[in-house]
Design a protein around this ligand. Structure first.
Ligand SMILES: *Cc1c(COP(=O)(O)O)cnc(C)c1O
Length: 392
């Protein structure tokens, strides 16, 4: 088997917004379960009960992390399904043909809204300011009699800006609009309490918080009516049919428990590394801009635009030097279109194409950051020497 994905052992992984390393404790729990427990949670016999017990425990662990109640958690196949279920599930079951979202949503929300436009829904895409913040006034003004749902991202997967979610959710509550937020990047990076914040639906993805790919959860508040997308045996309280992905669900539960018990320590560590990274780049590289809000940003996100440098070339060169990074979001990095989020904060096309996103996790170390601060300015300098756009 290839160890470390066949990568050199000293590879520095700074692309944690794309996916994260599964925590060894998650893997261990899954292995132990697989040893001798494989019942169908719907079965009445003891093998089944054992499986349904571990799913129940995981549900409790997910609920606890965000201040929800267990029965308000629906397990899904990931962030994309959670977003789809939230948006389509709400608009199909509740009155109103108008949806409000933002211009900086992840494709899982953005393209679901685009799809619903073809289906006769009207969608307002709220703009953001130069730091990526949604203005609560804009949201309030956009609400109409016919508005059924608002889906606004908690914190940007690209530029890390944390939105004023409490204020936005309060406005929604006031105007009787159901409020969904994609918190895939926010869970574990910020203390979330869905009740205190007034959130009706919230999306979680396992692989962004050190659990497996292909598992996630949607929080659905008690009083929210939701049309299922998967019809079948009526699992998950009729909200999502299909035999539970027990192994991955157990892992998600453990990951949530770890995030909850270690959050303060991990946030502090990520913030220190992030600030060192941002300061180091701003001090040692000329003509560089930090994208996103200077302070209201995720503890693990740094996003830069380097003048006269092509983002894709930078990512490939850094990969060659043993650092994994990304330009724009992972979902758009294989296309040549500039990032919608960067364009929304006022970057020109050239500036958007010169972006580099560095996203950290609790598995990174300050030594890795120091090493990156030696390599990145050097690689940027080399690329600029070859660039016709660069003049000293
Ligand atoms: C990764 C991501 C998703 C999609 O989650 P998957 O589990 O990969 O489907 C949705 N929203 C945001 C903000 C993300 O970063």
């Amino acid at each position: 088997m290839l160890s470390n994905g066949g990568l050199p052992t000293k590879y520095i992984y700074l692309d944690n917004a794309a996916t994260t390393k599964t925590d060894p404790r998650v893997n261990k729990t899954i292995e132990d379960y697989l040893e001798d427990c494989y019942g169908n949670p719907s079965s009445l016999h003891r093998m089944g009960r054992e499986s349904s017990d571990v799913v129940a425990e995981a549900r409790e662990q997910v609920a606890e992390l965000i201040g929800a109640r267990e029965h308000e958690i629906v397990f899904t196949s990931g962030g994309t399904e959670s977003d789809n279920l939230a948006i389509k599930g709400v608009v199909r079951k509740n009155k109103g043909k108008h949806i409000i979202t933002s211009s900086i949503e992840h494709p899982a929300v953005y393209n679901t809204c685009k799809y619903l436009e073809k289906d006769g829904y009207e969608v307002t895409y709220l703009p953001v300011d130069k730091d990526g913040l949604i203005k609560p006034e804009d949201f309030e003004e956009a609400i109409k009699k016919d508005t059924v749902l608002a889906s606004l991202i908690y914190a940007s997967n690209e530029i890390g800006t944390i939105e004023p979610i409490k204020e936005l959710a309060e406005i929604a509550k006031d105007k009787d609009v159901i409020f969904h937020t994609d918190a895939v990047q926010t869970v574990g990076k910020l203390d979330i309490d869905v009740k205190k914040t007034g959130i009706d639906l919230l999306s979680i993805s396992g692989h962004k918080i050190h659990a497996s790919k292909g598992v996630g959860a949607l929080y659905v508040a008690d009083d929210v009516k939701l049309e299922p997308m998967m019809h079948g045996g009526g699992h998950e309280n009729g909200r999502r049919s299909g035999t539970e992905n027990v192994t991955c669900i157990i892992g998600l539960g453990v990951a949530c428990k770890i995030e909850r018990t270690e959050m303060d320590k991990n946030i502090k560590k990520m913030k220190e590394m992030r600030d060192r990274l941002i300061d180091g780049i701003m001090e040692n590289v000329k003509e560089v801009k930090l994208n996103g809000h200077p302070t209201k940003r995720l503890p693990n996100n740094a996003n830069f635009s380097f003048k006269a440098v092509e983002g894709e070339a930078l990512v490939l060169q850094l990969d060659g030097r043993g650092i994994g990074t990304s330009t724009g979001s992972a979902c758009s990095s294989k296309k040549l279109r500039p990032s919608r989020t960067l364009m929304s904060i006022g970057c020109g096309e050239v500036e958007a194409h010169s972006s580099l996103r560095l996203t950290l996790s609790r598995f990174n170390t300050i030594e890795e950051i120091e090493r990156s601060l030696e390599i990145i300015p050097e690689v940027v300098g080399n690329l600029r020497k070859m660039s016709p756009l660069w003049e000293e």
